[in-house]
Design a protein around this ligand. Structure first.
Ligand SMILES: [Zn+2]
Length: 105
């Protein structure tokens, strides 16, 4: 970590931000089925289901962009994006920096 182009504080902040964005992404994925089930109980109409699905898609697109545009603090490339492929792994796709590197000291 000594040859990092950014200072330690920025390094940790960026990694924390990336982890938070990943949490939003996974939370959005998990909330899909419960959200549809709840909507079905409250109002089992196609319109209500369609509205909830539409809102969910918009949120998913938004969080996907947040995750995709997270940058790696070590190499400066996109953490989860390599060319056109978005892979949400625990390591940077460019320099293999682990998402919890700042916790291991
Ligand atoms: Zn990297």
């Amino acid at each position: 970590m000594d040859n990092s182009p950014v200072d330690q504080v920025t390094y940790v902040t960026v990694l924390q931000k990336t982890r938070r964005r990943r949490k939003y992404f996974f939370a959005t994925m998990l909330v899909y089925i419960p959200a549809l089930l709840i909507t079905y109980k409250i109002s089992p109409t196609n319109r209500a289901m369609g509205t909830v699905f539409g809102i969910w898609v918009v949120i998913l697109i938004f969080v996907t962009f947040l995750v995709a545009l997270s940058k790696c603090p070590r190499c400066g490339n996109y953490f989860h994006l390599h060319g056109m492929s978005l892979l949400i792994l625990r390591k940077c796709l460019h320099c293999q920096l682990h998402i919890t590197t700042d916790k291991i000291t």
